[in-house]
Design a protein around this ligand. Structure first.
Ligand code: ACM
Length: 549
């Protein structure tokens, strides 16, 4: 049995013959027009791991890459056919993306050592099992959101995560770049966003109810050149980077850097600091023209950096207390003819919805943005369960399903006492495997608006890459299969079969140096005593988590 993750349809695995196709120093890599990037990637990765030079040429031993419009017609642009027989390795995609996803399958077929960065044994003989695989993704948006505000992930770690996404055939990296606890992207016209907003003096240790703080400053940011590098690295891997700048809430780092962005008639905004704890706070942007111009400047620089059609504006968890108390905000609401503070939140979002549409982009935001009505092109990340996504799809908006009860990977993976991150619902590997992005409340027509799904990694309790790896893996592998493979209804999914394939996949993760949670629970170094005040009972209730649909 092949241990491919995510799995192609079982019917397509039949080998044309029994046996293996050998790869050697004379094996050439033939890249037909449009596939040169995939060839570059194969030489850089599989070439490095195997020591095989994979030169251009027309030798009889060959890996051949090709784009075929017929494959695009039948399987879509991301679909591919991979045939390994006695004569060659032939990889044909509906587009370069399809060829790239097929190349991921080819690497899996080579075995775990194909994931290393140098050969273990230069004399080793390599071969590919004979297969005939036809494969395509279920969803066009297969995403991972990474929060680099709560804990900064240095650039090399981000590039590594892009490699991990690619290995799992995920194609959207939702980059949560700003929040109360830190602003992480250089904006040339507003340098204090990173100079001041990129750093905090100390950090809450553990859950927000913990009484402990670290005593070291934390911070960091990506320069615009770093971002260009990240976006180009992602593009070579057929991954779109969707940046998120959160407005009008989750903006405390920006207000710290530029106090005039806050509601200074009700709080002393000059005294606000980059937040050092977790949760939701009252600081929101002031509804002034100056705020709009400031953020237009931010988004203008972002549009030059990020080619993504979708730009995420956050929109979640904006507290209305300051607007209620602020005479200036109340006067502005009256002037704009807005009935209440909810409409003021919508006014912010609608402004940037129009602004982005005028520039050929599309706004996406967390499901709170639905509350005041949305322009037709805007899309919704449904995080507070499925309800926002259902309402959005019924209203004709595109939806990315990422309900917190199912695919928030910061939530604990087990209810036992050894879990080092005892927050949130218990969501096991099997729970994630049985997650269904399309709820039954939608008609077939409405369900077309579910353009995809993503797993979200919030990093309050993940202070380094090892912690992020532990929370994200192996569950991201189950999520990838949900997003890519056309799995049956949740109750009918073959989790035992998935676990069997995971045995092979853990070996790949090991070769890539991923610090996943082992099936038997955390390794000794992955455990840690819960900080004072941070016990299993402090998260959301572990009983009564909503079932998968
Ligand atoms: C969110 O979890 N506040 C989107």
């Amino acid at each position: 049995m092949l241990d491919l993750v995510p799995a192609p349809p079982a019917a397509a695995w039949a080998p044309p013959a029994q046996g293996h196709y050998p790869l050697g120093r004379d094996t050439v890599l033939v890249a037909h027009p449009g596939t040169e990037g995939v060839a570059r990637w194969l030489r850089a990765t599989v070439g490095a791991a195997t020591g095989l030079p994979l030169p251009e040429g027309d030798d009889s031993s060959r890996i051949e890459l090709r784009i075929d419009p017929e494959v695009e017609d039948e399987l879509g642009p991301e679909g591919y056919r991979l045939v390994v027989d006695g004569y060659l390795v032939l990889l044909v995609g509906g587009s370069a993306a399809g060829v790239f996803w097929g190349a991921q399958t080819l690497r899996q077929l080579l075995g775990p050592d194909a994931y290393r960065r140098a050969p273990l044994d230069p004399a080793r003989e390599w071969s590919v099992p004979m297969v005939a695989i036809e494969d395509k993704p279920r969803f066009g948006w297969r995403g991972l959101m990474l929060d680099v505000s709560r804990h900064f992930m240095p650039k090399d770690g981000v590039l590594r995560y892009l490699d991990l996404l690619a290995a799992h055939k995920l194609n959207v990296f939702h980059f949560h770049l700003t929040d109360d606890q830190g602003w992480r992207v250089e904006i040339k016209r507003h340098p204090k966003l990173t100079e001041i907003g990129g750093w905090r003096a100390r950090t809450k240790w553990g859950h927000r109810a913990s009484g402990l703080w670290t005593d070291t400053p934390h911070g960091g940011y990506y320069t615009q050149d770093d971002i260009r590098e990240i976006v180009a690295y992602a593009a070579e891997r057929h991954i779109t980077v969707v940046p998120e700048i959160d407005i009008p809430g989750h903006s405390q780092a920006a207000i710290t850097a530029y106090p005039e962005l806050g509601n200074s008639d009700v709080v002393d905004t000059a005294a606000i600091e980059v937040w050092d704890t977790w949760g939701i706070n009252a600081n929101v942007l002031a509804p002034t023209d100056e705020t709009l111009r400031f953020y237009e400047g931010v988004f203008e620089e972002l549009l030059a950096l990020f080619p993504s059609t979708f730009i995420h504006v956050g929109g979640d968890e904006a507290m209305k207390d300051q607007w209620k108390a602020s005479p200036a905000a109340q006067a502005r609401m009256k002037e704009l003819g807005l009935a209440d503070e909810d409409e003021l939140q919508s006014w912010f979002i609608r402004h940037f919805d129009t602004w982005l549409s005028e520039r050929g982009r599309r706004l996406i935001g967390w499901d709170e943005i639905l509350e005041g009505g949305l322009a037709p092109g805007a899309a919704v990340s449904s995080w507070r369960g499925y309800a926002g996504g259902i309402a959005a799809a019924k209203a004709g908006h595109d939806v990315v399903m990422c309900p917190e009860q199912q695919v928030y990977l910061d939530h604990r993976q087990d209810g036992g006492p050894d879990e080092p991150m005892p927050i949130g619902y218990v969501r096991t590997l099997e729970d994630v495997y049985r997650f269904e992005p399309v709820p039954p409340q939608l008609t077939e027509e409405e369900a077309r608006h579910v353009i995809g799904t993503q797993a979200n990694v919030w990093t309050e309790v993940m202070e380094n890459q090892g912690r992020v790896d532990y929370q994200t893996f192996p569950r991201l592998a189950a999520f990838a299969e949900v997003a890519w493979s056309a799995l049956p209804a949740p109750a009918d999914r073959d989790f035992a079969g998935f676990e069997t394939r995971m045995a092979g996949h853990y070996a790949r993760l090991d070769a890539m140096g991923v610090g996943y949670r082992p099936p038997g629970g955390p390794l000794p170094w992955q455990k840690r005593p819960a900080p004072e005040g941070m016990t299993a009972s402090l998260g959301r209730p572990i009983e009564g988590a909503p079932p998968n649909v």
